[in-house]
Design a protein around this ligand. Sequence first.
Ligand code: PHE
Length: 339
Amino acid sequence: MIFDFKDIKEEVKKDLKEISNSRELKQFSDKYLGNKGKVANIFKRIKDTSQDKRKKIGEEANLLKNDIVKIISMETRKMEAKKKKEAIKKERIDITRPGKKLEQGHLSPLTLVQREVEEIFQSMGFSIEEGPELEKEWYNFDALNIPKNHPARDLWDTFWVKTGKDSKEHPLLRTHTSPVQARYMEKHHPPFKIIVPGKCFRHESTDASHEIQFYQVEGLIVDKNISVSNFSAIIEEFLKRFFKSKDIEIRLKPDYFPFTEPSFEVSVRRGKGEWVELMGAGMVHPNVFKAVGYVQPPSKSGWQGFAFGVGLDRLAMVKYKINDIRLFNSGDLRFLNQF
Ligand code: PHE
């Protein structure tokens, strides 16, 4: 019986040179170490040899087997190292390549204006309050001296909200920030100075100066000896700071609001420019004080107040020379990216 160890070793050497990937390595392993492989074949045949040769051939076969196992594990390690190197090469990050710039968002012009307005009024001692956008009829109208069927309700086109057919509640989307006057006064005793920025809604057709959704800032001061001249002084100071100009003039014209008496329409002019109507204002009506439970008559308690409501969108439009209010909600980046 011939045991061709030498030939097998030669063959192993030759095969080894041909291996270039893990599939070929597996074939190599099967060829020598597999169940039907060359080494297994030797072991199978050992029992047919004479007793005296068995031991030696067995030892030699084991050595051959160990050699091949070693070769395979070395080749496997080599192949893995090569793979890793290639992967690293492929994934290498070129730190000198120009980066991708992260797009950063920015504040909407309305937010910028709101923050500026808040800052100016805060520096004059006002606190900032808030109220709900979905409002009760009472606060939006009745408490503000606008009872049901009062023709003044026509001044505010309203979105009414249905809340189930048996409900007696008729909430609405507030048409101005004035309801927060009543909400605040119910819970606080004078003296105080507040502003109330917030979103308002009106049921009307839109054009360059009307939106169904817009922002207002309400102002309310209640104190003793408050007069219209205090109001003019505060508003003028506010506008000077807001427009960063000393060349600001305001004009008060008589107007009508059910919750103020007397009432004014306030316009502003920069330099010798056009007059722009900015806000409604006036001395708080005694019926509003009554509705929130202040001592009656007001002359007895001595509290007086003035209130104003300014369109935030209006302020932004005058400041940035924007000619269409609808741009604020358009989502048009050509517009928004200018701020
Ligand atoms: N709420 C009024 C409006 O929206 C403005 C206003 C506020 C008038 C406060 C007087 C006092 O038209």
